[in-house]
Design a binder for this molecule. Structure first.
Ligand SMILES: [Zn+2]
Length: 375
């Protein structure tokens, strides 16, 4: 029997593949830093010790030209902006919101990283969770995503470092292992811990070139980098430090926020950690689990919503419920054999709901009233 195709490929070997890519990135960057005539703009250069004799180039303000000391002042201001953005840490929701408010558009008509995440990247499955060597207080979750059209590779690895792990484990340590008992005692359950974890502060890394050349520096100075630190200012590719994450990371953030399967993966990890509180937890997804999740995601890609969009959807749902309630009242109160304008029976709150309903469905209010009158 032919083996069923795995949407994200085989999991065995995926960790080694990611390690190879990250290792190659590290090696190449090290060589670029050491090379005679290196064009890397180091932190000391940005602080003002730049030797203009090096004639480094920048694309700040448009075309490519030699870097000036005024450019360095602009770079320092851009760095402060990034620092303010993430002063207290950054969450999955904030990453999506920032990507929508300041998209990194490289040419006219470009849809930005968020647009590409929505259109091109459909799958993001957690493959393994482990406690990183650097910190017992965090949990690293390795995800696989699909790659965009025209990519040299078929998938990407995104690492998400969840900073709330130590804190959640500390709370779980005092709670009963049995979730029913925990609920009865109003103690924390593994599921609640998992939910807090996915909504909390995090750092990330991706093995794609977009992350490497545009965002690794932003993540490093912003304090939300989970991989190799990048100290060289991206003076050519991203001199304004616009945007925050590549399309793979943005897809992972959207799934992390909303996917029941990912919540369940984190819940299993937290339950395992709670049961073996002294040891470093690790959990791996099976090939069947990853295949099932990726196939589901590919069949019906999740919409990536910003906080503003979530609010607008909730407002529209409330308005819809209100209009339905108003229509029901109107139908009950309408005397038999006489159609009176429904407007007369609506309170100001209901009128407002009609207005919102009309706007949402691009109708005029008279039509909405007519709809109600027929109910
Ligand atoms: Zn990426």
């Amino acid at each position: 029997m032919a083996r069923k195709k795995s949407p994200l490929g085989r999991l065995s070997g995926s960790a080694a593949e990611a390690k190879r890519r990250f290792e190659r990135d590290r090696r190449e960057r090290e060589a670029a830093g050491k090379a005679a005539g290196s064009i890397i703009l180091n932190p000391s250069d940005v602080r003002g010790q730049y030797d203009a004799g090096r004639v480094l180039m920048t694309t700040l303000g448009g075309g490519i030209r030699p870097l000036t000391h005024e450019d360095l002042a602009s770079f320092r201001r851009n760095m402060q902006t990034v620092g303010r953005l993430s002063a207290s840490g950054i969450t999955a929701r904030q990453i999506i919101d920032i990507a929508s408010s300041g998209p990194l558009l490289s040419r006219a008509g470009d849809i930005g990283d968020l647009g590409r995440a929505r259109e091109q990247i459909k799958m993001a499955a957690p493959i393994a969770a482990s406690v990183p060597a650097q910190s017992r207080h965090s949990l690293d979750v390795r995800f696989l995503t699909d790659a965009g059209p025209g990519s040299k590779v078929s998938r990407h690895t995104v690492i998400v470092r969840l900073h709330g792990y130590g804190e959640q484990l500390r709370i779980l340590a005092a709670a009963p292992l049995d979730p029913d008992k925990a609920r009865a005692e109003r103690a924390r359950t593994a599921k609640q811990a998992a939910d807090a974890l996915r909504k909390g502060y995090l750092a990330f890394d991706c093995d794609c070139e977009r992350h490497r050349y545009f965002f690794r520096y932003v993540a490093t100075i912003g304090g939300f980098n989970a991989g190799r630190d990048e100290t060289g200012y991206p003076k050519i590719r991203n001199p304004n430090l616009r945007g925050i994450a590549c399309k793979h990371v943005l897809r992972v953030m959207a799934e992390l926020q909303s996917s029941a399967s990912i919540l369940s993966f984190l819940e299993r990890t937290m339950a395992k950690a709670q049961a073996n509180i002294e040891s470093r937890v690790s959990l791996a997804a099976t090939q069947a689990e990853a295949d099932a999740l990726a196939a589901k995601q590919a069949a019906k890609p999740r919409e990536i919503q910003t906080t503003e969009q979530r609010k607008a959807i909730a407002r529209a749902a409330r308005a819809r419920r209100s209009v339905i309630a108003a229509a029901t009242v109107a139908a009950i109160e309408r005397p038999p054999n006489r159609i009176a304008p429904a407007t007369r029976r609506l309170t100001s709150g209901q009128q407002e709901a009609v207005a919102m309903f009309a706007k949402q469905f691009n109708m005029n209010e008279v039509d909405v009233h007519r709809l109600l009158g027929r109910n």
